[in-house]
Design a protein around this ligand. Structure first.
Ligand code: NDP
Length: 599
């Protein structure tokens, strides 16, 4: 197998199928277990002092926003812009920041360009320091937004929502929390985050490990030493294992390798790791930008990564380059607007092969040991899994203290009190790090951590038992004055905050309009909701063939591409089209599909 090069397209297809089939499991999403029991502290907040208490809140605001990550912050900002001042953000963490509050593992950084990833740059007057921001800068920016828009005022931090119910008589939501609050609000915006619940693999014996252990989103620096910049100076006598080789592990592994006596990287599916090439923001960059540049740049990126056409590639990085190679370079001089869908598919496939061959070739160039290099090669199309960009991950495997333990797609076999077993061999460890990601395929309310009781006592979990039902992924029939951000049936873009911003603008528009029209209740009609569900299912089928061929992962519901996941997916024609639908709907001004009533 060593140095395997498959150049013919058919040979590659066959290899991809073989590698996918090896990984398909009947238990799909059920292979993961909830963080509970011995590991329940993996879901707690290690960054605040224990024992925080305050008097319960029973007051009323116009809007309560649940979640203080980028979604909640942008919603707060857009509400302020729309003249809605009576609001409160409720957040379970000790500060704003969401993903960037929790994920402080060594090397944490974002590989979407900072000038498009960080929200509200023009509004806050901030210019990121580098093309790709590191975690602390992004976390700090979350606080900058909160301060700029005065969102700390009235915020309820360290507050976990435990449930919310619609009070029909008063036309108000009542939000209950772990501090015995019963806050009231006319509107609620839920922005719970898509990847907020750490998950563990249900490996036999997972709870039996007797050594030290933690999840990457709750990094234990007391044990490892160092901080988010690295310098893990307390583990030089330790044998460390890490399970998982996704986007998080790619960033943390070089630091673990630097600090540990021995590092064992347990791999099930290798990531595609391309060039990162970070650099400081040039002194002339800010001066070159015209007002409105931020939105323009986000849209330029989003169109390109969605396979659309732009005259210029402003971001010009690994994401847009891949798409250029897939779409444009492959067309080699052909007018892309005049080719048939079948020809387009064939060209895309060729370009994807070209891209992935170069990703695999890069591994051979960098990694000295040929068996290790072979095991690190990804055998799937680039956008089957989240592509990674890093310049230190692959060279790490040339270090003598680093051992790749490839499980040939099967995953770790067992965990014992003293270590991890793969193919019958036990690897003894002092510490085991779970880089096993976050719940994606589980129900919305399970991930939110609370249920929502709407009109006539119906819960959101029961209304969505057979799949998500919404208008535009944001409003649900039976749940008046409720807006959801960032969930299923909305838009998907690699630049996640872009979608949150478009939805936050939309939410602020709807709330401001209902205020201007003196409306007490807004709620999507059954018909409008059904029409959107039908549209989601119809469009999702467009991607079924692509996803079915992919290696299992959270993009394709762990390989289980059945009807339920089609209903729980994002808008299949892409976020460019989705954002246009929202904008057109606002421009029409009729609030079509929403019933407006007065109490
Ligand atoms: P992922 O879900 O992407 O990765 C989890 C890893 O755990 C996978 O490698 C998975 O293997 C592995 N795994 C699960 N079960 C087992 C098992 N039984 N045995 C062995 N391995 C197992 O989580 P991450 O935390 O890495 O990333 C989550 C998301 O966060 C990313 O997809 C990305 O969207 C985002 N992120 C973004 C970053 C950025 O730069 N912007 C940086 C970091 C994260 P398998 O692939 O086979 O399922």
């Amino acid at each position: 197998m060593s140095g395997q090069k498959l150049t013919s397209s058919e040979a590659l297809r066959e290899k991809y199928r073989m590698e996918r089939d090896k990984r398909l499991r009947k238990d799909a999403n059920d292979q993961y277990v909830e963080i509970a029991g011995k590991y329940s502290d993996m879901d707690e907040d290690p960054y605040v002092d224990p024992g925080f208490s305050r008097a319960p809140l029973t007051d009323e605001t116009d809007v309560i926003v649940i979640g203080g990550g980028f979604g909640g912050l942008i919603a707060g900002a857009r509400l302020r812009d729309a003249g809605i001042d009576s609001l409160r953000i409720v957040e379970r963490a000790g500060d704003f920041g969401g993903t960037w509050y929790w994920n402080r593992y060594p090397g944490a950084a974002c590989d979407i360009e900072s000038y498009i990833y960080l929200p509200l740059l023009e509004e806050t007057g901030y210019m990121p320091k580098e093309k790709y921001s590191r975690g602390p800068e992004i976390f700090e920016h979350a606080q900058r937004i909160a301060t700029h828009y005065d969102l700390y005022k009235n915020a309820a931090l360290q507050t976990q929502v435990t449930g919310m119910a619609w009070d029909e008589a008063a036309s108000r939501w009542i939000i209950k929390t772990n501090h015995d609050d019963e806050m009231r609000a006319k509107f609620v915006i839920m922005s719970n985050g898509p990847l907020n619940r750490p998950k563990l693999p249900g490996i036999p014996g997972v709870e039996s490990f007797g050594g030290h252990t933690f999840h990457t989103s709750r990094w234990d620096y007391d044990y490892t030493g160092g901080d988010v910049t690295g310098g893990l100076n307390k583990i030089s006598d330790k044998r460390i294992g890490i399970i998982g080789t996704g986007a998080t592990a790619i960033q943390a592994v070089p630091h673990l390798a630097e600090g540990a006596k021995e590092l064992f990287v347990f791999q099930r599916t290798p990531s595609s790791v391309d060039v990162r090439n970070n650099h400081p923001t040039g002194p002339d960059f800010a001066a070159s930008l015209e007002p409105g540049w931020h939105k323009h740049r986000m849209e330029n990126f989003n169109t390109l990564v969605s396979g659309g056409y732009e005259k210029e590639d402003l971001v010009h990085d690994g994401w847009t380059k891949s798409i250029r190679e897939i779409v444009f370079a492959a067309a080699s001089g052909k007018d892309i607007t005049k080719i048939s869908p079948a020809e387009f598919m064939a060209l895309s496939e060729q370009a994807d092969d070209h891209k992935m061959n170069s990703v695999r070739a890069r591994i051979e160039e960098i990694v000295g040991d040929s068996d290790t290099a072979e095991a690190l090669k990804p055998w799937y199309k680039q956008f089957c899994k989240r592509p990674c960009f890093h310049d230190d991950y692959l060279p790490t495997f040339n270090k003598e203290n680093v051992h790749l333990v490839d499980t040939d797609g099967q995953g770790v076999e067992a965990i014992t009190p003293t270590g991890v077993v793969v193919a019958g061999k036990e690897y003894e460890l002092d510490c085991l790090v779970f880089a096993t990601g976050f719940e994606v395929g589980t129900s919305y309310t399970r991930r939110a951590g609370y249920d929502v009781e709407g009109r006539d006592g119906q819960t959101l979990s029961s209304a969505w038992e057979e799949g998500t039902r919404s208008l535009h992924g944001m409003f649900a029939h039976g749940f008046p004055n409720l807006v959801m951000l960032g969930g299923a049936q909305g838009g998907f873009t690699a630049n996640y905050p872009h979608n949150l911003d478009e939805q936050a603008v939309h939410a602020a528009y709807v709330l401001a309009e209902s205020k201007a029209r003196s409306v007490d209740m807004i709620e999507p009609t059954k018909e409008a909701e059904q029409a959107w569900v039908d549209e989601i299912i119809a469009k999702a089928m467009m991607r079924d063939a692509f996803l079915a061929e992919c290696t299992p992962g959270y993009y394709n519901n762990e390989g289980n591409v059945e009807a339920r996941s089609r209903q729980n997916t994002t808008y299949g024609a892409g976020s460019v089209a989705y954002f246009k639908i929202l904008a057109k709907w606002r421009d029409a001004g009729a609030l079509e599909g929403l019933a407006l009533t007065n109490a």
